[in-house]
Every structure is written in structure tokens, then in C-alpha cells.
Write a protein that binds this ligand. Structure first.
Ligand SMILES: Nc1ncnc2c1ncn2[C@@H]1O[C@H](COP(=O)(O)OP(=O)(O)O)[C@@H](O)[C@H]1O
Ligand SMILES: [Mg+2]
Length: 248
């Protein structure tokens, strides 16, 4: 089993949580990181996920995606990380057109996207550190690099003291913060969070938002779905509202 040190790593949090190759671009000009053009998604059973969606998201944006259950929020994010393919139109993420993107190219794109789910999706028999380190191991990072990255990610989400705990030993909020650390440990420029606060009480939900806000202040683009209007108001970021598959 992988043993990771619990000693803080001196590497600055900022340099380890931002894809610095994108940082200058963010500052000097607003470039598009996500673009949907005339996107329609119809599922095999005829259900419509999205009808005719046009969106541009700029590097460094933090946007909420709101709408009732069934309005297409998850569909939109799934198109962005390639879990579903658009029926029509173009989906462009970080310079990749997802139309027909497969195999290595899709894997390469996914390395540039951190994904957070409502139900955390942690591996039960692995510790917090191991859950976070897995991403890096799968991507062929060296042991040394893994050690260098896991600690700042844990620190970012305030879980240094839980590094050796198993998911079942954590509260829901702590599990979600672990999943955020896992999402950002390879410093993606884009984080997609699908109802990340859906299973949390208001205090824990706000902690999650604060972490994502902090990441965003370092230049990470964040797209977050929720139907919690109070949270949206409190967080004070622009909103894309979906209704029946349309942006309204
Ligand atoms: N895998 C799927 N197969 C068939 N229909 C689906 C699938 N996923 C979502 N849908 C349908 O697409 C519409 C949008 O769903 P979804 O994007 O999950 O909405 P939201 O996340 O806003 O609740 C709904 O009508 C839903 O039933
Ligand atoms: Mg959903």
C-alpha cells in the first residue's frame, strides 16, 4: 500500500494548484476555455438533454449552472468531460473539439479537467492520501512528484490531519473536500463540479464553495451546477440558467 508522508511540503500552494502555462494568458487576455456552439443532445431513448445551447466560458471564470432537476445541468458537464457526445453542434474545451474525441486524445483532455461529483466517488479501502495519489499514479507521475503534490492538495482543502483516514471515517463534508483535492492534484486549469454541495448541510456546502473560490482566485476556471439558490446568491458569481434543455 502506498505510504505518503504527512509532513507539510514547502512547495507553495499557488504554484502547485495552478496550471501556470495558462496563467499569463489569463492575465493578458481573456481567452475562451469552454465553448458550446449550437449544441443539442438527445439520448438514445429520445430524452432531450440540451436543445440549442451556445455558451462561452473564459479562462478564470467561475460560473454557476442552475436549473430544476432534469433541465440539462449534468448533461452539459458530461459533454464537457466527454462522458457523453453531442448529437449536434460543437463542444470545445481547452482547445479540443470533443466531436469524436476518443482514446488518447480524450484521456489527454481529461487530464486538464478536475471533476467533482455529488456523491464523492472515493475508493473505500484507500486512505485520503491514497485516493488523491491514485490520479497521479495512473498518469505516470514519479513517486517523488506524487509526494510533492499530495500535501499541498490536502492543505488546500484543510485535511492534512485526515491524510491517513479512510473515507468511512470522514464526514460528508470531509469526503467532498477529499474529492476536491483529488480533482485538483494534477493542477487542471478547469474544474467541473456537478452538484458538489447536494449532499451537504449549509456549513459544509459553504466550505466547498470557499475552496472553489480560492482555487478560482488562483486562475482556475470553475463550472458548478446546483439548484441551491441561496448558495448562488451568497457566492455571487455569474449564473447560466438552464430550463428544459435551453439556456434562458
Ligand atoms: N443517460 C441518459 N439516458 C437517457 N436520458 C437521460 C440520460 N441522462 C439524462 N437524461 C435525460 O436528460 C434530461 C436532462 O438530464 P440531466 O442533464 O441529468 O439534468 P439535471 O442534471 O439538470 O437534473 C432529463 O430529461 C433526463 O431524464
Ligand atoms: Mg444532474
Amino acid at each position: 500500500m502506498l505510504k505518503l508522508p504527512t509532513k507539510p511540503n514547502p512547495t507553495s500552494l499557488k504554484s502547485s494548484t495552478v496550471d501556470t502555462s495558462d496563467e499569463n494568458t489569463t492575465k493578458s487576455q481573456k481567452s475562451v476555455i469552454v465553448k458550446l456552439e449550437n449544441v443539442r443532445k438527445t439520448y438514445a431513448n429520445g430524452a432531450v438533454g440540451l436543445r440549442d445551447v451556445n455558451i462561452e466560458v473564459y479562462k478564470g471564470d467561475f460560473k454557476f449552472i442552475t436549473g430544476h432537476s432534469g433541465s440539462g445541468k449534468s448533461t452539459l458537464l458530461k459533454l464537457l468531460y466527454g462522458a457523453e457526445q453531442a448529437t449536434d453542434g460543437d463542444v470545445i474545451v481547452n482547445g479540443f473539439n470533443l466531436n469524436g474525441l476518443k482514446g488518447n486524445n480524450l484521456a489527454m483532455l481529461r487530464r486538464k479537467i478536475g471533476i467533482v461529483f455529488q456523491d464523492y466517488k472515493l475508493v473505500p479501502r484507500r486512505t485520503v492520501s491514497e485516493n488523491i495519489a491514485f490520479v497521479l499514479m495512473a498518469q505516470g507521475y514519479t513517486y517523488k512528484e506524487i509526494q510533492r503534490r499530495v500535501q499541498p492538495a490536502l492543505k488546500m482543502v484543510g485535511l492534512m490531519h485526515k491524510a491517513d483516514c479512510f473515507p468511512e471515517e470522514l464526514s460528508g463534508g470531509e469526503q467532498q473536500r477529499t474529492s476536491i483535492a483529488r480533482a485538483i492534484v494534477n493542477t487542471p486549469p478547469l474544474v467541473l463540479a456537478d452538484e458538489p454541495t447536494g449532499n451537504l448541510d449549509p456549513d459544509n456546502a459553504w466550505q466547498v464553495i470557499k475552496i472553489l473560490k480560492k482555487l478560482n482566485s488562483f486562475g482556475v476556471t470553475v463550472l458548478l451546477t446546483t439548484h441551491d439558490e441561496q448558495l448562488v446568491r451568497a457566492a455571487n458569481h455569474p449564473v447560466l440558467h438552464l430550463q428544459n434543455g435551453y439556456i434562458v
